[in-house]
Design a protein around this ligand. Structure first.
Ligand code: G3H
Ligand code: 13P
Ligand code: ZN
Length: 335
């Protein structure tokens, strides 16, 4: 049993309470490799932001759960080396699919876990979430649950259609399970193709697809039922068109990729939404930089030559999200 506090990680409790009060959101960035982790930590240190490093099932299959856990321990020391004496870094399991997966991450030193029972019948979601909470809280590990189903397809999390969270269920769910935060469905979805062209309108000035707005009425209804309770938004990449264009101009083929407009995320971050999940934008930034570098330097074959600009590009994107969208810059408890 590894005590996450001994390796310098923190759970989400104080961080979320402060974010809800302060009207900003904590970035939850997925990581699968060293360059992503370095870029996230550099961005968090430069902006003096708390940060959540999250590990999906895809990441555990790709990079190995144990290795990722040790990388997070390394991330704490790396942040200190970069000049941040008191970093606030959470190691979070993203979309935990069972009690066993959550337990194994808790035992290994994760400071926060998500149990995603959103595709289960309501009572089963309550039962598995409660079981995870009872185990996690013995070790002061915080737990995120989910109610409502996101649309879209990602490697291990898929749902054919979106079912918004039902505000009338949230009090019962939070009370029965004891979760520390709740992921909700208000129209976001995972991946780079969040909306079909048919769901969008076309901006006559740019010809770009404009997605339908998020269901802020559902979010407000949830906030009224659970005043001040930490809410989480998954599927919050914006799919920047310049990255998509760079990919397509350098041999890629991403057609009709559409994300969540940043002004909607800015609005969400000011509400009880205190954790915003971003993965696809990092994948796009990395791929765009690598494709561009490869096209411009066909003679390069040392991975460091193309991973360095990829890391720079991800760092720039993370800083932009922290400063211009989520507002978590300068929010470390001890600067
Ligand atoms: O929901 C989170 C991630 O975007 C899923 O990514 O492909 O690493 O499982 P994955
Ligand atoms: P995106 O695919 O929009 O980046 O969402 C990531 C996410 O929700 C991870 O849990
Ligand atoms: Zn997610």
């Amino acid at each position: 049993m590894v005590d996450y506090k001994k390796i310098g990680l923190v759970n989400t409790r104080a961080m979320f309470a402060k974010a809800v009060d302060g009207g900003y959101a904590i970035p939850a960035f997925n990581f699968n490799n060293m360059e992503q982790m370095q870029a996230i930590i550099m961005a968090a240190v430069e902006t003096k932001s708390p940060v959540i490093l999250q590990v999906s099932k895809g990441a555990r299959d790709y990079a190995n759960q144990t290795l990722l856990r040790y990388m997070a321990e390394g991330a704490v020391e790396y942040a200190k080396e970069l000049g941040c004496a008191h970093p606030e870094i959470v190691l979070h399991l993203d979309h935990g699919d069972s009690f066993e997966t959550c337990k194994s991450c808790i035992d290994m030193g994760f400071s926060s876990v998500m149990i995603d029972g959103s595709a289960l019948p309501y009572d089963e979601n309550v039962a598995v979430t409660k079981k995870v909470v009872e185990y996690a809280h013995q070790f002061d590990v915080t737990v995120e649950g989910e109610l409502g189903v996101l649309a879209g397809v990602e490697d291990e999390v898929s749902a054919a259609e979106s079912h918004y969270t039902k505000p009338e269920e949230v009090i019962d769910f939070v009370t029965k399970t004891g979760v520390d935060s709740l992921a909700i469905s208000i129209g976001t979805s995972h991946g780079a193709y969040k909306f079909t062209p048919e769901q969008c309108t076309v901006d006559p000035a740019t010809g770009r697809l404009v997605p339908p707005p998020l269901a802020f009425d559902v979010l407000s209804a949830i906030e009224k039922k659970l005043p001040g309770f930490p809410i989480v938004l998954h599927g919050s990449s914006s799919v920047p068109q310049d990255e998509v264009d760079t990919i397509n101009a350098n041999g890629g083929c991403l057609k009709a990729a559409v994300g969540i407009p940043e002004e909607q995320l800015r609005k969400a971050a000011k509400s009880a939404v205190c954790k915003i999940n971003i993965d696809s934008d990092s994948r796009l930034a990395m791929t765009a930089a690598i494709r561009k570098h490869m096209a411009e330097h066909p003679d390069h074959f040392d991975p460091r030559q193309y991973l360095k600009p990829a890391r720079e590009s991800m760092k720039k994107m993370y800083i932009h999200k922290i400063v211009n969208v989520l507002g978590s810059n300068g929010k470390l408890a001890i600067q």
